[in-house]
Ligand binder design. Sequence first.
Ligand code: SF4
Ligand code: SF4
Length: 295
Amino acid sequence: MKIAIASGKGGTGKTTIATSLAHTLAKEEKTNVLFLDCDVEEPNGHLFLRPVLESREEVSVPIPVVNEGKCTYCGRCAEVCQYHAIAVVGKKVLVFREICHGCGSCALNCPVEAIAERPHPIGVIEWGRSGEIAFAHGILNVGEPMASPIIRHLKKRFLKGDFTGVAILDAPPGTSCPVVETLEGTDFALLVTEPTPFGLHDLELAVQVARELSLPIGVVINRDGIGDEGVERFCQENAIPVLMRIPFQREIAEAYATGKTLVEAFPEYRERFKTLFSQIASILQARAEISGERR
Ligand code: SF4
Ligand code: SF4
Protein backbone atom coordinates (compact mmCIF):
# COMPACT_ATOMS: atom_id res chain seq x y z
CA MET A 1 0.00 0.00 0.00
CA LYS A 2 1.33 3.41 -0.96
CA ILE A 3 0.05 6.38 1.03
CA ALA A 4 1.02 9.89 -0.05
CA ILE A 5 0.84 12.57 2.64
CA ALA A 6 0.31 15.93 1.03
CA SER A 7 -0.91 19.42 1.78
CA GLY A 8 -1.69 22.38 -0.39
CA LYS A 9 0.76 24.53 1.54
CA GLY A 10 3.83 24.24 3.72
CA GLY A 11 3.77 24.31 7.51
CA THR A 12 0.52 22.38 7.99
CA GLY A 13 2.14 19.47 9.84
CA LYS A 14 2.45 17.06 6.91
CA THR A 15 5.77 15.64 8.13
CA THR A 16 4.38 15.31 11.67
CA ILE A 17 1.65 13.03 10.33
CA ALA A 18 3.92 11.13 7.91
CA THR A 19 6.65 10.37 10.47
CA SER A 20 4.22 9.43 13.25
CA LEU A 21 2.26 7.12 10.95
CA ALA A 22 5.50 5.44 9.85
CA HIS A 23 6.68 5.16 13.45
CA THR A 24 3.40 3.64 14.66
CA LEU A 25 3.06 1.12 11.84
CA ALA A 26 6.67 -0.07 12.10
CA LYS A 27 6.95 -0.22 15.87
CA GLU A 28 3.43 -1.04 17.01
CA GLU A 29 2.02 -3.05 14.11
CA LYS A 30 5.33 -4.61 13.01
CA THR A 31 4.53 -3.62 9.44
CA ASN A 32 7.21 -3.45 6.77
CA VAL A 33 7.37 0.36 6.36
CA LEU A 34 9.21 2.40 3.76
CA PHE A 35 9.39 6.15 4.32
CA LEU A 36 10.13 8.19 1.19
CA ASP A 37 10.75 11.87 1.74
CA CYS A 38 9.80 13.33 -1.64
CA ASP A 39 10.05 16.94 -0.47
CA VAL A 40 13.43 17.09 -2.17
CA GLU A 41 13.78 20.87 -2.02
CA GLU A 42 13.53 20.85 1.75
CA PRO A 43 13.61 17.29 3.11
CA ASN A 44 13.06 17.15 6.85
CA GLY A 45 11.77 13.62 7.58
CA HIS A 46 15.32 12.66 8.64
CA LEU A 47 15.23 15.23 11.44
CA PHE A 48 12.43 13.25 13.11
CA LEU A 49 13.22 9.66 12.09
CA ARG A 50 17.00 10.08 12.52
CA PRO A 51 17.95 7.34 10.05
CA VAL A 52 21.42 5.88 9.69
CA LEU A 53 22.14 6.65 6.05
CA GLU A 54 24.15 3.92 4.36
CA SER A 55 24.12 4.75 0.66
CA ARG A 56 23.96 7.66 -1.70
CA GLU A 57 23.47 7.99 -5.45
CA GLU A 58 23.78 10.98 -7.75
CA VAL A 59 20.77 11.89 -9.90
CA SER A 60 21.37 13.44 -13.31
CA VAL A 61 19.20 14.51 -16.21
CA PRO A 62 20.41 14.10 -19.81
CA ILE A 63 20.81 17.54 -21.36
CA PRO A 64 20.98 17.86 -25.17
CA VAL A 65 24.23 18.98 -26.76
CA VAL A 66 23.96 20.02 -30.40
CA ASN A 67 26.65 19.22 -32.94
CA GLU A 68 26.56 22.41 -34.99
CA GLY A 69 28.61 20.69 -37.69
CA LYS A 70 25.75 18.25 -38.38
CA CYS A 71 22.77 20.51 -37.61
CA THR A 72 20.69 21.75 -40.57
CA TYR A 73 18.72 24.22 -38.40
CA CYS A 74 15.47 22.59 -39.49
CA GLY A 75 13.76 23.46 -36.18
CA ARG A 76 12.32 19.99 -35.58
CA CYS A 77 13.83 19.78 -32.08
CA ALA A 78 12.11 23.02 -31.02
CA GLU A 79 8.82 21.81 -32.50
CA VAL A 80 8.78 18.59 -30.46
CA CYS A 81 9.97 20.07 -27.16
CA GLN A 82 6.84 20.53 -25.06
CA TYR A 83 8.77 22.49 -22.46
CA HIS A 84 10.13 25.13 -24.88
CA ALA A 85 13.60 24.29 -23.64
CA ILE A 86 15.28 24.36 -27.05
CA ALA A 87 15.01 27.05 -29.74
CA VAL A 88 16.45 27.51 -33.19
CA VAL A 89 17.31 31.12 -33.93
CA GLY A 90 18.78 31.59 -37.39
CA LYS A 91 21.98 29.51 -37.44
CA LYS A 92 22.01 28.87 -33.70
CA VAL A 93 20.38 26.21 -31.54
CA LEU A 94 19.84 27.38 -27.95
CA VAL A 95 19.26 24.93 -25.10
CA PHE A 96 17.72 26.35 -21.91
CA ARG A 97 19.11 23.89 -19.41
CA GLU A 98 17.09 25.24 -16.48
CA ILE A 99 13.79 24.20 -18.04
CA CYS A 100 14.97 21.12 -19.94
CA HIS A 101 13.31 17.99 -18.49
CA GLY A 102 15.83 15.65 -20.11
CA CYS A 103 13.02 13.80 -21.87
CA GLY A 104 15.17 12.98 -24.91
CA SER A 105 12.46 13.90 -27.40
CA CYS A 106 14.63 16.40 -29.32
CA ALA A 107 17.47 13.90 -29.80
CA LEU A 108 15.03 11.21 -30.87
CA ASN A 109 13.40 13.46 -33.46
CA CYS A 110 16.45 15.14 -34.93
CA PRO A 111 16.53 13.95 -38.56
CA VAL A 112 20.33 14.10 -38.84
CA GLU A 113 21.25 12.81 -35.36
CA ALA A 114 22.91 16.09 -34.46
CA ILE A 115 21.90 15.90 -30.79
CA ALA A 116 23.88 13.98 -28.20
CA GLU A 117 23.08 13.95 -24.48
CA ARG A 118 25.30 14.93 -21.55
CA PRO A 119 24.35 13.97 -17.99
CA HIS A 120 23.85 16.98 -15.76
CA PRO A 121 23.79 16.25 -11.99
CA ILE A 122 20.83 17.85 -10.21
CA GLY A 123 20.96 16.21 -6.78
CA VAL A 124 21.28 12.99 -4.83
CA ILE A 125 19.20 10.34 -3.15
CA GLU A 126 20.28 8.82 0.16
CA TRP A 127 18.92 5.82 2.00
CA GLY A 128 19.32 3.73 5.09
CA ARG A 129 17.29 2.67 8.10
CA SER A 130 15.62 4.26 11.07
CA GLY A 131 15.24 1.21 13.28
CA GLU A 132 12.45 -0.86 11.74
CA ILE A 133 11.72 1.78 9.08
CA ALA A 134 13.40 1.71 5.68
CA PHE A 135 14.16 5.34 4.87
CA ALA A 136 15.09 7.24 1.70
CA HIS A 137 15.09 10.87 0.70
CA GLY A 138 16.15 13.03 -2.21
CA ILE A 139 18.07 16.29 -2.07
CA LEU A 140 17.93 18.76 -4.92
CA ASN A 141 21.15 20.71 -5.50
CA VAL A 142 20.96 24.39 -4.56
CA GLY A 143 19.97 26.47 -7.58
CA GLU A 144 18.51 23.55 -9.54
CA PRO A 145 14.95 24.30 -10.57
CA MET A 146 13.52 20.83 -11.20
CA ALA A 147 12.58 18.54 -8.35
CA SER A 148 10.51 16.01 -10.32
CA PRO A 149 13.37 13.92 -11.80
CA ILE A 150 14.71 13.25 -8.28
CA ILE A 151 11.27 12.20 -7.02
CA ARG A 152 10.86 9.97 -10.08
CA HIS A 153 14.24 8.41 -9.39
CA LEU A 154 13.40 7.82 -5.71
CA LYS A 155 10.12 6.12 -6.56
CA LYS A 156 11.63 4.03 -9.32
CA ARG A 157 14.46 2.90 -7.07
CA PHE A 158 12.39 1.93 -4.03
CA LEU A 159 8.83 1.25 -5.22
CA LYS A 160 9.55 -1.54 -7.62
CA GLY A 161 6.81 -3.97 -8.66
CA ASP A 162 7.78 -6.44 -5.94
CA PHE A 163 7.38 -3.92 -3.10
CA THR A 164 5.27 -5.27 -0.26
CA GLY A 165 4.44 -3.41 2.91
CA VAL A 166 3.36 0.16 3.46
CA ALA A 167 5.14 3.02 1.70
CA ILE A 168 4.61 6.47 3.15
CA LEU A 169 5.49 9.24 0.72
CA ASP A 170 5.94 12.67 2.27
CA ALA A 171 5.04 14.97 -0.64
CA PRO A 172 6.39 18.48 -1.22
CA PRO A 173 4.00 21.29 -0.25
CA GLY A 174 1.83 22.90 -2.92
CA THR A 175 0.12 21.47 -5.97
CA SER A 176 2.75 21.79 -8.69
CA CYS A 177 4.57 19.14 -10.79
CA PRO A 178 6.64 17.64 -7.91
CA VAL A 179 3.42 17.00 -5.96
CA VAL A 180 1.79 15.34 -8.96
CA GLU A 181 4.96 13.29 -9.46
CA THR A 182 4.77 12.14 -5.82
CA LEU A 183 1.04 11.32 -5.87
CA GLU A 184 1.06 9.49 -9.18
CA GLY A 185 0.86 5.72 -8.76
CA THR A 186 0.03 5.85 -5.04
CA ASP A 187 -3.10 4.32 -3.57
CA PHE A 188 -4.28 7.05 -1.23
CA ALA A 189 -3.82 10.78 -0.70
CA LEU A 190 -3.92 11.85 2.92
CA LEU A 191 -4.26 15.63 2.87
CA VAL A 192 -3.15 17.58 5.91
CA THR A 193 -4.67 20.99 6.44
CA GLU A 194 -5.50 23.54 9.10
CA PRO A 195 -8.93 25.04 9.73
CA THR A 196 -8.27 28.52 8.35
CA PRO A 197 -9.31 30.26 5.12
CA PHE A 198 -5.73 29.78 3.81
CA GLY A 199 -5.83 26.11 4.77
CA LEU A 200 -9.17 25.71 3.00
CA HIS A 201 -7.98 27.44 -0.15
CA ASP A 202 -4.94 25.18 -0.43
CA LEU A 203 -6.92 22.07 0.53
CA GLU A 204 -9.33 22.75 -2.34
CA LEU A 205 -6.40 22.80 -4.77
CA ALA A 206 -4.88 19.63 -3.30
CA VAL A 207 -8.24 17.83 -3.54
CA GLN A 208 -8.48 18.87 -7.18
CA VAL A 209 -5.04 17.37 -7.94
CA ALA A 210 -5.80 14.12 -6.07
CA ARG A 211 -9.16 13.78 -7.84
CA GLU A 212 -7.58 14.35 -11.22
CA LEU A 213 -5.33 11.39 -10.41
CA SER A 214 -8.44 9.41 -9.29
CA LEU A 215 -7.01 8.90 -5.81
CA PRO A 216 -9.18 8.27 -2.79
CA ILE A 217 -8.76 11.11 -0.29
CA GLY A 218 -8.85 11.56 3.46
CA VAL A 219 -8.18 14.71 5.46
CA VAL A 220 -6.29 15.35 8.68
CA ILE A 221 -7.11 18.64 10.37
CA ASN A 222 -4.09 19.88 12.26
CA ARG A 223 -4.26 22.69 14.81
CA ASP A 224 -7.94 21.93 15.27
CA GLY A 225 -9.63 24.64 17.28
CA ILE A 226 -8.06 27.65 15.59
CA GLY A 227 -9.75 29.37 12.66
CA ASP A 228 -13.25 28.58 11.45
CA GLU A 229 -15.61 25.86 10.19
CA GLY A 230 -14.76 26.28 6.49
CA VAL A 231 -12.63 23.14 6.16
CA GLU A 232 -15.20 20.94 7.95
CA ARG A 233 -17.98 22.30 5.75
CA PHE A 234 -15.97 21.78 2.57
CA CYS A 235 -15.20 18.18 3.54
CA GLN A 236 -18.86 17.48 4.34
CA GLU A 237 -20.12 19.02 1.12
CA ASN A 238 -17.59 17.06 -0.94
CA ALA A 239 -17.98 13.74 0.92
CA ILE A 240 -14.33 13.78 2.01
CA PRO A 241 -13.78 11.92 5.28
CA VAL A 242 -11.97 13.77 8.06
CA LEU A 243 -9.89 10.91 9.46
CA MET A 244 -8.07 12.66 12.26
CA ARG A 245 -8.01 15.92 14.18
CA ILE A 246 -5.00 17.15 16.09
CA PRO A 247 -5.72 19.98 18.50
CA PHE A 248 -3.75 23.19 18.58
CA GLN A 249 -1.47 22.71 21.58
CA ARG A 250 1.68 24.52 22.53
CA GLU A 251 3.25 21.22 23.78
CA ILE A 252 2.92 19.65 20.31
CA ALA A 253 4.72 22.59 18.71
CA GLU A 254 7.44 22.33 21.36
CA ALA A 255 7.95 18.60 20.70
CA TYR A 256 8.16 19.33 16.96
CA ALA A 257 10.83 21.97 17.60
CA THR A 258 12.97 19.43 19.44
CA GLY A 259 12.77 16.91 16.57
CA LYS A 260 10.45 14.39 18.24
CA THR A 261 7.71 12.64 16.33
CA LEU A 262 4.26 13.25 17.71
CA VAL A 263 3.96 9.64 18.91
CA GLU A 264 7.33 9.78 20.66
CA ALA A 265 6.34 12.92 22.52
CA PHE A 266 2.75 11.82 23.15
CA PRO A 267 2.53 7.99 23.15
CA GLU A 268 -1.25 8.20 23.57
CA TYR A 269 -1.39 9.23 19.88
CA ARG A 270 -0.24 5.76 18.78
CA GLU A 271 -3.75 4.36 19.06
CA ARG A 272 -5.06 7.25 17.02
CA PHE A 273 -2.51 6.62 14.26
CA LYS A 274 -3.45 2.93 14.27
CA THR A 275 -7.07 3.96 13.82
CA LEU A 276 -6.08 6.36 11.07
CA PHE A 277 -4.36 3.55 9.20
CA SER A 278 -7.25 1.12 9.61
CA GLN A 279 -9.62 3.79 8.28
CA ILE A 280 -7.42 4.20 5.19
CA ALA A 281 -7.28 0.42 4.74
CA SER A 282 -11.10 0.19 5.01
CA ILE A 283 -11.58 2.95 2.41
CA LEU A 284 -9.23 1.15 0.03
CA GLN A 285 -10.92 -2.18 0.61
CA ALA A 286 -14.38 -0.71 -0.01
CA ARG A 287 -13.10 0.89 -3.19
CA ALA A 288 -11.56 -2.40 -4.37
CA GLU A 289 -14.85 -4.20 -3.72
CA ILE A 290 -16.83 -1.60 -5.68
CA SER A 291 -14.47 -1.75 -8.65
CA GLY A 292 -14.57 -5.58 -8.46
CA GLU A 293 -18.39 -5.51 -8.62
CA ARG A 294 -18.29 -3.21 -11.63
CA ARG A 295 -16.10 -5.62 -13.59
S1 SF4 B 1 16.36 18.88 -35.15
FE1 SF4 B 1 18.56 18.47 -35.33
S2 SF4 B 1 19.08 19.34 -37.29
FE2 SF4 B 1 17.11 20.19 -36.79
S3 SF4 B 1 17.59 22.12 -35.73
FE3 SF4 B 1 17.42 20.59 -34.17
S4 SF4 B 1 19.49 19.85 -33.85
FE4 SF4 B 1 19.49 20.92 -35.78
S1 SF4 C 1 15.47 16.86 -23.70
FE1 SF4 C 1 13.25 17.18 -23.80
S2 SF4 C 1 12.92 18.97 -22.54
FE2 SF4 C 1 15.09 18.95 -22.99
S3 SF4 C 1 15.27 20.22 -24.77
FE3 SF4 C 1 15.07 18.12 -25.50
S4 SF4 C 1 12.87 17.86 -25.88
FE4 SF4 C 1 13.13 19.70 -24.62
